[in-house]
Design a protein around this ligand. Structure first.
Ligand code: SAH
Length: 359
């Protein structure tokens, strides 16, 4: 590791600007050029920056370097989903997943699922990442570096160059508990001279953390998804003991006040677990919550996980659940889990790496 040099991949635009002026003693406008190389052209070496003078490249290499998460393992699903295990600079590993937006892998668009923390402190009982516990927050450069790593991979392996069209912060970790780096990563992704993702193409998923929630809404940097997973406080306490410390009534009231543009709706995620939260009574309670919110509902059938006592819902109860919601005019979509054959649910690949016997 380069201890005294600066990793420019971890700098926000204004930090880079400051570095260019005060450390490199270059005119401010050079920032645009370097930023474009890092974020638009996905450079990983200063030598790639051919329109930057040789002398400047030399100074850059003396004072700084570029590092983004490195792919250590990849798994391809039959459905085109690709899951990566990425190694960070200190050796910690996290996961990111590329999900094809069309049924067949090819020249279509992809959605990338991003992690924000190494592990997670929320300890949701159904989640593989929750079982790992919390190690540390990911930096701004590590969060956005997942996109760079995936873009480089697609460039090298897919001649038709599929585009990463949408980003979802639904990987390992709780984004709102890494708030500052989350916001910096969103600003970096938005920057028009770089990756230029608009807010409509980014969704941040949270289990519902009071601190930061409304601030995220007011920033207009991303759409919101909330992992509800249970329609009552009691059930939520069972499934999401830490998230449920914020009472469901307070969560829903806050979501009622969440700033949304005219055409925007938030997403509620509801993980359906067989025999746990898939009854008709649960569906009716969920209807009452949805009636209060400008929201669409994603029903996610539980992805069977090795070593877990939870199980997927039966096809019958899943359909009956959906029917009850539709009957009450709730927009509910069953999200068929992709990448089931490659353990693509949150934290599963990392867990398999840590416990090879379950692999
Ligand atoms: N902490 C944030 C971001 C992680 S999102 C949040 O809770 O929203 C991860 C998503 O994957 C959540 O909606 C979670 O419920 C879902 N998930 C976790 N384990 C799963 C499993 N075994 N099967 C299907 N979905 C799972």
């Amino acid at each position: 590791m380069n201890t005294e040099k600066i990793n420019l991949n971890n700098y926000t635009f204004s930090e880079l600007e400051n570095f260019v002026v005060t450390e490199l003693k270059l005119p401010k406008f050079r920032t645009n050029q370097i930023w474009q190389w890092i974020w638009a052209k996905n450079a990983i070496d200063f030598e790639e920056m051919t329109d930057v003078s040789k002398d400047t490249r030399k100074i850059l290499a003396e004072k700084a370097y570029l590092f983004r998460p490195e792919i250590v393992k990849e798994r391809k699903s039959k459905d085109g989903t690709i899951k990566f295990l990425l190694r960070l600079e200190d050796g910690e590993c996290i996961e990111t997943v590329l999900i094809p937006s069309i049924a067949k892998e090819g020249n279509g668009r992809m959605t990338q699922c991003l992690s924000t923390q190494v592990g997670c402190a929320m300890a949701c009982t159904f989640c593989s990442t929750g079982k790992l516990g919390f190690t540390r927050n990911m930096t701004m450069g590590e969060i956005t570096g997942q996109v760079q790593a995936a873009r480089a991979y697609l460039n090298d392996t897919h001649p038709e160059r599929p585009v990463i069209r949408n980003l979802v912060y639904m990987g390992m970790g709780e984004p709102l508990l890494n708030f500052d780096n989350l916001m910096d990563s969103l600003r970096t992704l938005h920057n028009r001279k770089g990756l230029a993702f608009s807010a409509r193409r980014i969704t941040v998923s949270t289990c519902g953390i009071e601190k930061g929630l409304l601030e995220l809404g007011e920033s207009n940097l991303a759409y919101l998804a909330v992992s509800l997973h249970a329609p009552t406080q009691e059930q939520r306490e069972e499934l999401m003991p830490k998230a449920a410390k914020w009472h469901i009534d307070d969560l829903i009231s806050t979501l009622e006040a969440y700033p949304l543009t005219t055409r925007e709706r938030m997403t509620l995620e509801y993980l359906i677990i067989g025999g746990v939260n898939d009854s008709q009574e649960d569906a009716q309670k969920l209807v009452r919550i949805c009636a209060r919110l400008k929201a669409k509902l994603n029903l996610i059938p539980y992805n069977n996980t090795p070593g877990s006592s939870f199980r997927a819902p039966s096809p019958q109860s899943l359909l009956a659940f959906e029917k009850t919601l539709w009957a009450k005019k709730v927009t509910a979509i069953i999200r068929k889990s992709k990448g089931q054959d490659i353990e693509a649910a949150c934290g599963q690949l990392r867990a398999a790496q840590d416990n090879p016997e379950t692999n």
